[in-house]
Design a binder for this molecule. Sequence first.
Ligand code: BTN
Length: 277
Amino acid sequence: MGVVPLYGARPCIGRDLSAAPNLVAERGCGLGRPMHVLEATVSTNDEALRAAREGAPHGATWVAEHQSGGRGRRGREWVSAPGEGLLFSVVLRLSCAPSRLPPIALVAGLAVRAAIVQALPGVDVKIKWPNDVWVAGRKIAGVLIETVTVGASVEAFVLGVGINVHTRIFPDELASVATSVALLSEGDPPDRAGLLADTLASLDRDLHMVVAGGLGLFRARLEAADGLRGLRVISDSGDSGVASGIDDDGRLLVRRDDGVLARWNSGEVRLAGARSS
Ligand code: BTN
């Protein structure tokens, strides 16, 4: 089943992650096996991309205590102090057209949200289209999907997830736009192994569903989770309007001031009056 030993002989940083391989294996989830737990790497997405090119199977997962070059969408950095975040990447071998990528990305965000909801009962957790996870307008998690292509076809996807878990103090530039599971928890300290197992289980179920049946199956969940709906949004090209839902191709519906319902493809969206996170 391929559980890779934890940390070698070096001290581990966060004990709450050490149970992850066994917990995931016990759940019988199709993702997370084999699981490689690293003390440090440049980026778990790099690890998974490299392995995917070398034939790693569907579900192979890399999780790290620290990344020296973690990256987010649109060339941003993903910063997380050692031991504070849940940082992982999964190789996905899904037989579907590249046009399914926006729906897959959205559903990945929904699955991450579902796991965070389990960790934070009673907290109103939302999706910021296309796949950020938000609480009260602050980012708690992000998803980055990258592809391994051969010629014109997609051979594999790498799904990278970063969840702010134990962080209580963010760097100045993130302090007003980020939050964490620890900051929102009222009970026990968060358990990253449980959060990882819950996230992988949700991803496993939801990714199969979206590949088989498309985004229509997620309509109710998308509407309940859509944190932008009704808010005034601005695209990176300067278009603006009121966010009015998400269509079955994963595009953001935006009611422009001239009344036209525009469909925005995946890109940068910010709230009017807010700075980008
Ligand atoms: C975003 O919000 O822009 C996406 C953030 C994705 C961050 C995760 S952390 C684990 C994986 N490795 C990376 O380098 N990035 C993703």
